[in-house]
Write a protein that binds this ligand. Structure first.
Ligand code: ZN
Length: 177
């Protein structure tokens, strides 16, 4: 049974540490599989579209993502273990929020397209070619693995005031829009 983990908020030192690579031999371990299940449960409960392990005090290089967009099945529930970008291009600015910085939003410039390779929960290598919100979310989560928060990069960091911003900050929470 998956259970909800506590999401750390800004100021906690674990959020600022560079996470360690996962030993591929560890992936099949039931404890690691439990971690993945717990991350999905915690992300959906928040709710957010992405969650990185350091956000629940686990200093390992993995994050979960689910854009929950029926038109983008490739951006459905996925775990990225030891992720790496192999291509990045373009530039686009958009609003972002984070579960670890509740109630705030800011505008962040990101690459508009990235290709990301990672291991899945069976330890198999896969690759995704992501644009739009998916690309933004992957970059936001990847930053968490390097101890970087979006507020380090954001312009016009502000409390989420309008209903739209509040909704966005909640929906996007760990991810971005
Ligand atoms: Zn975040």
């Amino acid at each position: 049974m998956p259970y909800l983990r506590e999401i750390l908020t800004e100021g906690h030192p674990t959020l600022r540490k560079v996470a360690k690579k996962v030993d591929p031999a560890e992936i099949a371990d039931p404890i690691f599989q439990q971690l993945i299940d717990d991350m999905f449960a915690t992300m959906y409960d928040a709710p957010g579209i992405g969650l990185a392990a350091p956000q629940i005090a686990v200093g390992k290089r993995l994050f979960t993502v689910d854009l929950q967009d029926d038109e983008k099945p490739e951006a459905g529930p996925r775990v990225f273990i030891n992720p790496k970008f192999t291509l990045w291009e373009g530039e686009i600015e958009a609003i972002e929020g984070c579960l670890s910085v509740p109630g705030m939003v800011g505008d962040v410039t990101r690459f508009s397209r990235v290709v990301c390779i990672a291991l899945d929960r069976r330890g198999k290598k896969f690759s995704v070619d992501a644009g739009g919100l998916f690309a933004r979310c992957l970059q936001h989560e990847m930053d968490h693995l390097d101890g970087i928060l979006y507020i380090d990069k954001a312009k016009d960091l502000r409390p989420a005031r309008t209903d739209e911003e509040v909704a966005e900050a909640e929906a996007v929470a760990a991810g971005a829009r």
